[in-house]
Design a protein around this ligand. Structure first.
Ligand SMILES: [Zn+2]
Length: 112
């Protein structure tokens, strides 16, 4: 359940970044790129499966960070490189909720 939620959020973030990249490319090239509508549609589809509460958290963080969701490796937040309590990892892997970094506030996900 949580894994799915995080995976959806990560996917959402990927599409979000891709959409921004195409917007930047369009600005420099001066014409509309194909596929943007598809990206936007895919984002909408994913958003339907993410609870509004988490989407709001994502969007709020997105005003501060380019990537609001970051992986954790060896108990270190790869957003700000703060060491996280080991118990975080144990809980974060299986709990039905979202964990954020105490230092930078980004949403964390654990890669196996
Ligand atoms: Zn952090």
């Amino acid at each position: 359940m949580t894994r799915n939620l995080i995976e959806l959020l990560v996917l959402y973030q990927d599409l979000d970044l891709m959409l921004k990249e195409t917007a930047e490319a369009e600005a420099t090239m001066g014409f509309e790129m194909e596929g943007r509508e598809k990206l936007r549609k895919a984002m909408d589809d994913i958003a339907k499966n993410i609870s509004p509460r988490f989407l709001r958290t994502y969007q709020r963080l997105h005003t501060r960070f380019k990537r609001p969701i970051v992986p954790v490796q060896n108990d270190v937040c790869l957003g700000c490189f703060a060491k996280l309590p080991t118990s975080y990892g144990e809980k974060g892997r299986k709990d039905q909720m979202i964990y954020t970094c105490e230092q930078c506030g980004r949403i964390l996900y654990w890669v196996e």
